[in-house]
Design a protein around this ligand. Sequence first.
Ligand code: GLC
Length: 825
Amino acid sequence: MDDSELFAETPRSTGRLLDVTTDGPAFDAAYESARLRVETVGRGIARIRLASGPFAPARSWDVLRSQPPVDGAAASLAEGGVRLEAPGMIVELRDEGGRLRVLGPDGAGWLEQADPAAFGRGRLDAFPIVVGKGDVLPAGRDGVLARLKLTLDPDDRLWGFGQRTGGLDRRGRRLTNWTSDTFGIWHHRGSDNLYQAQPVFIAVKPGRAFGAYLHVSHLSRFDAAYTHPDRLAIDAFGGEIDLFLFAGPTPADVVEQLTRLTGRPLLPPHWALGFHQSRWGYDSAQTVLDVVDGFRARGLPLDAVHLDIDYMRGFRCFTWDPQRFPDPAGFVAAVHDRGARVVTIIDPGLKDDPGSGYPPADEALMGARVLRNADGSPFRGYVWPDRALFPDFARAEVRDWWGSLHGDSLVAVGVDGIWNDMNEPSAFDGSFAGGHSHDRPFPLGLEHGDGNERASHLEVRNLYGTLEGRATFEGLRRLRPERRPWVLTRSAGVGSQATCATWMGDNNSWWEHLEMSVPQLLSMGLSGSPHAGADIGGFRENASAELFARWIELGAFYPFMRDHTEQGTRPQEPWAFGPAVEAVARAALELRYRLLPYLVSLAHEAAFSGAPLMRPLGFEFPDEADSLDVEDAFMLGPWLLVAPVIRPRQRWRSVVLPPGRWRDFWSGLPVAAEAAARARPALLEAPLGRPPLLLREGALLPLGNVRASTAAALTELTLMASPAADSRFELVEDDGESVVDVGGPARTQLALSLRGSELTLSVGARSGAFAPSPRTLAVALRLDAAPAAVTLDGTEVQAVWDGERSAATLSWDDDGAAHEVRATL
Ligand code: GLC
């Protein structure tokens, strides 16, 4: 379809530019039939609003955080136009043609408006996934499509765009922003939208990155150099283009700017960073306890079990089946006794069961808390419990009520975390009990919100999952203020990172989906939502033994690590594939648990600056063209490069190494120095159970002891270090459960320097209120040969040289004081 076909009528252009006025760090422009406001709203953040009528009203559910004023931002009238100069970026409007230009601080062009902006009623049939039979566009500004076309630098890779299929660079694709329940077979390279809608992207080329967030919740679409090789077209319903621009100049800066504006990622409790086991079909308390016991009997680490819809009474949310889960509190306590946590699924669809003793549905109807049809009657759709009602999460009162529903049935019973599913929202075209076949789109005119905030489904749908997640998070925080809430959501939008972790929905047990999970999760992090995972082993169909082995190996590095599968598939617990795969799973799980102190520090970093745990190579090496284009390997934090095996029977992997000296994590030996020096691929051995994992030079990697779960104490902390001229890392620790304030966590500054043959590793004095339990602190220096001499705080000590791991190790009882290790190499 040609891009003009999105309009039902010939679109109106803005017309001539009539007037321009400056307003401190902003300017306004009036066109014959449009208005424009360009404003610096925060450090490194500009906002461009362009509408054919009044700007869209502010919404109480919006996620924007207010920003302190910015020094040095000012708009001024200049020869031939107006110019807004702000730290990091310049936005210009030329009198002639009335078009926008965005420039870097050095004057280099970033984006240029290609055509006059255009407005007109949109055409729904251009978006087949959105439309139900006979559905029509809501009236008024909702149905007006606004279009802005921008010219890109030919060298820009386009990263981000939220949850997508395909590669990391999405240049050349058309990308719809519309939350949809897309089954696994629809998760293929050419798929468009999935469950989430994060209309954000990062344009990156060596040495420069900037980003953008389309602050429009209505249905929208990016044509990312699909129709025209150098143009990015933005089409948005709602009658307005509201675009935030982030100045970068690195991808890390863009993510910091995006999450400063829309919310920093939540800080998960430690158990959420451990391993989770799940399946649709664990259909009784005994079955679940047997699974937990299966982990414990084999000595496999486990932190959480998930209860899918099987635990409910007839798929009624906030109930327990009296036969299969007769004693919910006793069951949860039994899981807790085994050192694990319980996560229960909650869907938004409440069984439409008035008067049958199901209070949530009665309260929903009586309190008029549900989505309404245009005539004001409650909207009903079919989901697991058959006919269901859908809460209207755009209203604060409904969010409060929803949060409180978690009290007696879940929190009081001891449930630890909540898993929100089907919240795109999703509904079927008929009864599930009678065998549903298809999704049924929700009518676009459904009404959300109240008072002067009544809004159509076209405006609110993309936020539904975000708002449900927020209601759940806030409910848990009220019900259990002493504990960090943990909510997992399937649908999400920009801003949900502040309240929810997420997973990639119903993937398949296919190698292609293992491979896809890497760019997918990288894109999530780049879009501001780092706490994400994909179902390990695949949800639909059956994993082969080797696929499962490779997937759990990779999953050890996912920010959220869960094994989950569909009802009716073969067993998918780590031991279900026989002893060889169980051994691989054990290695993966043990590595995951060793990595936890690192993951906790990275989660704190994410909560502070938005930096994702799982990062593209180009995030760490943004000046390196070759690194920018790697999408089948990634960095976990700054120190580890992971190159997962993504094909069957492969026992080697080629990896393009960023510059520097890399060491094999397992052996400590330097790898392919030649390859790194010339940015050539290195060929690395990849036996089952030992995927290529490389330690960067300068690494200061905190590792813990293997534990059955995070409920067990950390008794050893090892700092694995690889020499480099200078490097630093902040180790951040907390109790893993309580809500931390800024002064709370313990911080330890680690630093490494190499001067000639003198290597110094300093461990700063621990600050902060949190006191770790007694433990050994070890330093493991990965070196080419045993060091000639080692001192600890000036006194010569004996380091243990392990030739097989190329490591010189010394240890002491951790006392939280500053220490310095020196080694003569
Ligand atoms: C959806 C979820 C899946 C879950 C199933 C049953 O398909 O994506 O994870 O197992 O519903 O609740």
